[in-house]
Design a protein around this ligand. Structure first.
Ligand SMILES: *Cc1c(COP(=O)(O)O)cnc(C)c1O
Ligand SMILES: [Zn+2]
Length: 386
């Protein structure tokens, strides 16, 4: 195990490795630090092609101590599709889709939850709880079931029905809340101590992001260690963006890639775009969105605890943030479906609409190497497509 310690993303306070944590004392997310010199000695990028096709191929840069605690359903190492037909229709010569819908429980949330639940198992947790907009709940339910843990799920009562049915079928205790994910989060926070639940909320638990960061490692490996020019990412809580950026820094420190970074673009929906508003308003933090609404439920996060980290990444990478309407994002998903054969989540569909806006605004060129992260499968969003 190559973890040296954890550190606060805001105040830099250090914490001992291999413990259960939620937020730093100061209320901000904790991140995991590794001895990357040691990692680089143990893991050579050239030897990766002999390893298993899951995110566990990057074992040396993951936080679990004992492999017997792995709780895995075969997550990660999803295809990077060269979307030639879509590119041809819209006039992009190097368009790719990283298709995360092929993960267990049909979304990239599986990456975070395999890690969080494996760590929780290693550290003796018996009951886990999460507030979710949908896909995190499904993923947690699956991994908790496999680990023999109780899962307590809190979702808005208008969460896509398939997510709710899925959690129940996976044996979780599901509570529907008349409110948003932030209201669900408050309930978990209030009850967790008395109930003995470990809270695995987005970025309030430091190991989910370690699973999510493997998207960055995979992208580099699949692009032969030459990162794309632009990454479009549908943003809710921001673990994907923050995790990939962390992975790029780790890979540079291990000598796997250079200092060049993709421009990172955060895509949200008009009905809930705190990061887009803060980015263009020149703010360091997001402001809470009232009456947040969008059918892309993964984007319905009115306030994110890691907003300041995301905004910093967007600016450092010379990226940007774009919002699209619900109509546009559903249409985007239908285009990707009809042209590439991938039934994308509305969150993934948002990226195609956002890309068009960026090109119109002169912020992306048609010949750049562009990657769209389709974060989930459309099959869970029947209401949105009907
Ligand atoms: C959760 C989710 C998102 C948002 O992801 P973050 O990394 O938390 O910003 C995007 N798309 C889908 C399908 C999701 O489930
Ligand atoms: Zn702190």
């Amino acid at each position: 195990m190559n973890v040296t310690h954890l550190y606060c993303s805001s105040c830099a306070k250090k914490y001992e490795a291999n413990r259960l944590y939620n937020l730093c004392e100061c209320g901000k997310p904790l991140l995991v630090a590794y001895n990357l010199q040691e990692c680089a000695k143990q893991l050579k990028k050239e030897s990766l092609n002999q390893r298993e096709p899951t995110l566990w191929r990057y074992r040396e840069v993951l936080p679990l101590e004992d492999d017997r605690n792995r709780v895995t359903l075969g997550e990660g190492f999803t295809p990077l599709v060269n979307a030639k037909r879509l590119g041809m229709k819209y006039g992009y010569s190097n368009l790719y889709i990283k298709d995360e819908s092929l993960n267990p429980t049909q979304s990239f949330k599986a990456r975070g939850m395999t890690m969080a639940v494996s760590m929780a198992k290693e550290l003796g947790v018996k009951k886990v709880a999460v507030p979710s907009a949908g896909n995190a709940a499904g993923a947690l339910s699956a991994y908790a079931a496999l680990a023999g843990m109780e899962a307590h799920i809190f979702v808005p009562d208008d969460t896509p029905k398939a997510c709710i049915v899925e959690c129940k079928a996976l044996g979780a205790h599901v509570t529907l809340v008349d409110g948003l994910i932030t209201d669900c989060g408050k309930i978990v926070a209030e009850r967790k101590e008395a109930e003995g639940w470990f809270d695995v909320s987005t970025l309030k638990e430091p190991y989910r992001i370690e699973g999510k960061k493997t998207m960055g490692y995979e992208l580099a490996e699949q692009m032969n260690w030459d990162l794309p020019d632009v990454i479009l990412y549908p943003t809710g809580g921001g673990t994907g963006l923050i995790g990939m950026w962390k992975a790029f820094d780790e890979m540079e420190e291990m000598g796997w890639i250079g200092s060049k970074r993709p421009r990172m673009v955060s895509v949200q929906s008009d009905g809930c775009a705190p990061i887009v508003k803060a980015f263009h308003g020149g703010l360091e933090h997001g402001t809470t969105i009232e009456n947040a609404h969008t059918v892309a439920s993964g984007l319905r996060v009115p306030a994110a605890v890691g907003d300041f980290i995301m905004l910093d990444i967007l600016r450092k990478s010379d990226g940007t943030a774009v919002a699209v309407s619900d109509e546009e994002l559903v249409k985007g998903a239908e285009e990707i479906g009809a042209i590439e054969g991938i039934f994308a989540a509305p969150e993934g569909g948002a990226l195609l609409a956002a890309l068009e806006k960026l090109r119109d605004a002169g912020e992306v060129r048609s010949d750049e190497r562009i990657v769209l992260f389709n974060t989930g499968g459309g099959i869970k969003y029947l209401e949105a497509f009907e």
